[in-house]
Design a protein around this ligand. Structure first.
Ligand SMILES: [Ca+2]
Length: 240
């Protein structure tokens, strides 16, 4: 459900007691909520950043959440304690349209365009862990570099130039992988769109939203945990 959600930044000075709080990453420590309730004037407001509108037939959890929320809001139990001024409530809802500021994961709802495309790399452990395993759409297969040196890269050719919204990588294990994501239109001139060389996360999956146009997308593993080769199960690229 959270893949199809947006988070609201609850600004300083506003009451913060959300029903669903989102824990941001280490570097963007902000108060985020996916679900929160407020009194606004004489009314009551439920703010939901999770998609409980679309494709409910194939998303039973979202469908159930909607039903539960609706029944909760009709019940006397729906009595928000925290109050918001009308203007503050408006600002909160406006964020959704303001793009990058809202740490939105909306881009993940875009089209995934890298699976099955031609992949290459500068190093691989063996044929069973070749570059194509990194974007074959199969969760159990992985690309692995041939050794545990830093600096190995993997890239995908999307076939044509796209407007890109972000990437999602699932490393072959948890660990503090340091990486840079680069984009190129011609495979020769590269632009850095995401720089994660200073981060401390050990999460196995990382989402990196960015705005760029390009045909080739490359991940360079600038740092790997001791004794662990670069590599990933999946590298996804999303277009707008
Ligand atoms: Ca795979």
């Amino acid at each position: 459900m959270l893949d199809r959600s947006v988070s609201f930044i609850i600004g300083d000075g506003l009451p913060f007691n959300p029903i669903v709080q989102v824990i941001p990453n280490f570097y963007h420590n902000r108060k985020l909520a996916n679900l929160a309730e407020y009194r606004v004037g004489k009314g009551k407001l439920m703010i939901c950043g999770i998609d409980i509108q679309n494709d409910l037939g194939s998303r039973p959890a979202a469908s159930q959440l909607r039903r539960s929320l609706e029944s909760y809001m009709k019940s006397p139990a729906f009595a928000p304690e925290a109050a918001l001024e009308v203007e503050a409530a408006r600002d909160l809802l406006r964020q959704r349209e303001s793009g990058p500021h809202s740490e939105t994961l909306q881009w993940l709802a875009g089209r995934e365009i890298a699976t099955g495309r031609e992949a290459s790399c500068d190093s691989m452990m063996n044929d069973a862990h070749g570059p194509q395993k990194g974007n074959d759409g199969i969760g159990s297969t992985k690309w692995l570099a041939g050794d545990d040196a830093a600096g190995h890269w993997w890239q995908v050719d999307l076939g044509e130039v796209y407007t890109l919204a972000g990437t999602k990588v699932k490393f072959h294990q948890e660990g503090n992988f340091l990486y840079v994501i680069q984009v190129s239109s011609d495979g020769a001139e590269w632009h850095v769109v995401t720089n994660q060389t200073g981060q401390t996360s050990i999460e196995q999956e990382r989402n990196d939203p960015f705005e760029a146009t390009g045909r080739f997308v490359k991940i360079v593993y600038n740092g790997v945990p001791a004794g662990i080769p670069a590599g990933h199960y999946a590298f996804e690229v999303y277009s707008r």
